[in-house]
Design a protein around this ligand. Structure first.
Ligand code: IVH
Length: 712
């Protein structure tokens, strides 16, 4: 099916309240086509959530109209196995799992079970993670691994034995000598995914949209050497031999391991040296206990280091499995509790070139607004032009979008199949979009920048926003909009002119844009900001590569220079003189200042001498007390932090690593001494405890922003 039509029809059908009977055959074709793209091409064109919605629309419509068909994708996974591999039928079909996104539906799941079993007794469950990888089947004969198959269409799979042999955690021999089959999932850990995509980017190859596609692409390789070079992991969750009472008894008699529950079944797999969901596996004695644990287990998600797309709930008692049986699509003893999608699909309307305060020009995608993880996103940075070229994103492209670490929306990949020829490639602009100065590229760097340091309105706007912002001079009422308007009306032309705004009091009030009270408040706020600690002023200047911590070191260094050598008062002018007399070597001797930071300070002061010579006299600069070791007011150094809950798209380790690089210390429990608690989705008891101890809590967004401000 043509991808354009597929996408258009998919959108039409999943937004439709109820599917008409006449649309059922079309919907079946559509689901089949998405299956083919997902399983065979490793190149889906819709998000998982969209697929699940289409699929349940179809289930619902078939039920409503009693329109059943053994060929429907709801009855079988109708994907033709790929031609390039040899096929082989599975011993028993490899089924799918029933899906849900809500706790209410888990209750319905139990109600259905009770209905079949006709019982009111508590039912015990196991909870394990739902690996987001590629289902495969391994066959062992006399203890030897003889064959590996992909799931294929569920009935027959592709033979991938050679490729799988290179996988480090798949046992080639097992101690149990009966003919058995083990099923499970092949996944690609996050670090390995990043490494592979990095290499593909270097080689100019198409990037994998996610670790699952990468795992699939790695296993279904014609060259096993390629598979070997990628560190895949296999997790076992299915051992059909233990599901039939007779073979289960045989297993018990041969191994001395008796198995009557799924918990024991998993333990048996581990005894045969298979990796399973291990420490993320839990047993719950009844539905209530199960529901209570879902949040806490989900919170552990970041610790895994690989993708999961939900949890799988299975009835613990294996004897009940037989009773409950299977549908053509899934077993009735299990259900998947899926996480809301973090990948969304949308379209790039335009690519704009945004000029920041340091003059660097960044391509930014303006998107059809789309909901990702509960937030509407309408723009996404493409970081730089080499990234833009690597992603091959065009205006008009349909893309997958992700919110990394719940913060920065990112274009993951382009759905090139969805192109209709009207897309427009966007390259590096020749001139600054704000001031038309020809752009330059620093030698050896990727970034392009506008060299018009003092005259570019975009750099001025960005610089003024930073200057007046919360971590800068903290001038209330002087945000982006006000700065824009004051610049347009000619009230503000640089940092110093902010301090002359009072001259225009009458005009500002008469403009009737801001109320009289707001004008008063703004002017007071500006006046108050004249008294400023030196390190804060240095941060406010927005010198590239100078974060809050470096600004402190620089402030201390300057204060020392003044006290040591000068009898003169530390006026702005005096400071400026000291700055101008500093050499790059002097700057490099300052703690925390590397060559990049010192070069940056040097360049900043050289280029802006006249602007600063107007600004400094307006201020009352407060020097740090150097009898005191450092100013810790804004320092994150040595601050302790703890984490609770999970963070979409970001592992706990990643967060800890970022914070450690800012000098912070991670502690794993909440006590009176803790400085802050970072709260993610589904937080645990730590949150309650922190609140009761009055410890500051913050979301990941705020936490990362704090580190970013501190670092840069
Ligand atoms: S049990 C009869 N357990 O998810 C199906 N499946 O979306 C038995 N999956 O086809 C499957 N993690 O490939 C099971 N812990 C887990 C799983 C799991 C991932 C996969 C499996 C299945 C698919 C359904």
């Amino acid at each position: 099916m043509d991808i354009q039509i597929l996408l258009a029809e998919s959108s039409r059908l999943f937004s439709q309240k109820a599917i008409l009977q006449k649309d059922i055959p079309l919907l079946r074709d559509i689901v089949r086509e998405h299956n083919r793209l997902y399983y065979q091409q490793e190149s889906p064109v819709i998000s998982d959530e969209e697929y699940d919605r289409l699929f349940s629309q179809l289930v619902e419509a078939e039920r409503r109209y009693g329109d059943f068909d053994p060929e429907s994708p709801t009855s079988r996974i109708a994907v033709a196995p790929d031609e390039q591999f040899q096929k082989r039928p599975h011993a028993t079909p490899m089924l799918s799992l029933d899906n849900t996104y809500s706790i209410e539906e888990i209750r319905n799941f139990e109600a259905r079970i009770r209905n079949i079993l006709k019982t009111d007794e508590p039912i015990a469950y196991c909870i394990e993670v739902k690996f987001d990888g590629l289902g495969i089947s391994l066959s062992y004969e006399r203890g030897q691994l003889v064959r590996a198959l992909t799931r294929g269409n569920g009935m027959e799979g592709e033979i991938i034995t050679q490729n799988i042999m290179t996988d480090q955690n798949i046992p080639h021999t097992i101690s149990y000598k009966e003919s058995v089959e083990i099923r499970g999932e092949i996944i690609l850990p996050h670090d390995e995914f990043t490494r592979i995509n990095e290499a593909r980017k270097q080689a100019g190859e198409k990037l994998f949209a996610n670790p699952r596609n990468a795992a699939s692409g790695s296993v279904r390789q014609l060259d096993p050497k390629v598979t070997k070079s990628r560190k895949l992991r296999f997790f076992a969750y299915s051992f059909p031999h233990l599901e039939e009472p007779e073979t289960r008894a045989l297993f018990g008699s041969k191994t001395g391991i008796s198995v009557s529950t799924y918990s024991q079944y998993i333990a048996a797999l581990e005894r045969l040296w298979f990796e399973t969901s291990g420490i993320f596996f839990e047993r719950a004695k009844n539905l209530e206990a199960l529901v209570e644990r879902l949040g806490a287990i989900t919170a552990e998600r970041p610790r895994l280091g690989f993708d999961i797309d939900g949890l799988v709930i299975k009835v613990d008692d294996l004897n009940l499995w037989k009773h409950l049986g299977l549908t053509a699509h899934h077993p009735r003893y299990a259900i998947a509790f899926k996480f809301p999608a973090k990948l969304a699909r949308t379209r790039i309307q335009h690519i704009i070139h945004s000029v920041g305060r340091s003059g660097i020009v960044t391509p930014v995608a303006i998107l059809d607004p789309v909901l990702v993880g509960g937030v509407t996103v309408s723009r996404a940075t493409l970081h730089n032009y080499s990234e833009l070229a690597a992603k091959d994103a065009h205006e008009g492209d349909t893309i997958f979008l992700m919110r990394a670490g719940e913060v920065i929306p990112e274009v993951v990949s382009v759905i090139t199949e969805a192109r209709d020829g009207n897309e427009k490639r966007v390259g590096v602009p020749e001139k600054c979009p704000a001031c038309e100065t020809p752009l330059e590229q620093e030698t050896g760097k990727i970034a392009y920048f506008c060299p018009n340091r003092t005259g570019c309105p975009a750099q001025l706007q960005g610089g003024l926003e930073t200057f007046a912002g919360k971590h800068g001079m903290n001038i209330d009422g002087l945000g982006k909009k006000q700065i824009e308007r004051f610049r347009r009306e000619g009230f503000i032309s640089d940092m110093a002119s902010i301090y002359h705004l009072y001259v225009h009091r009458e005009t500002l009030v008469n403009m009737q844009w801001l109320g009289e009270k707001s004008v008063e408040n703004l002017l007071t706020s500006i006046e108050n900001s004249r008294h400023v600690p030196l390190h804060r002023l240095l941060t406010a200047l927005g010198i590239p590569n100078i974060g809050r911590r470096t600004a402190q070191s620089l402030a201390i260094f300057l204060a020392q220079s003044i006290n040591r050598n000068d009898t003169e008062k530390p006026t702005g002018e005096r400071l400026l003189k000291i700055f101008s007399s500093l050499s790059a070597e002097d700057l490099e001797s300052i703690p925390d200042m590397g060559p990049v930071a010192s070069q940056s300070v040097f360049a900043y002061f050289t280029a802006r001498e006249s602007t600063l010579s107007r600004l400094f006299p307006e201020l009352h600069i407060i020097l740090p007390d150097i009898s005191f070791e450092g100013i810790i007011e804004y320092s994150l150094s040595e601050k302790t932090f703890c984490i609770t809950g999970s963070f979409d798209g970001m592992t706990r380790e990643q967060i800890i690593e970022i914070a450690k690089s800012a000098g912070m210390r991670f502690v794993d429990s909440v006590s009176k001494k803790l400085d802050m608690l970072v709260v993610g989705e589904k937080p645990g008891s730590k949150l309650q405890k922190a609140k009761s101890l009055g410890i500051p809590t913050m979301g990941i967004e705020e936490f990362l922003a704090q580190i970013r401000d501190h670092e840069h």
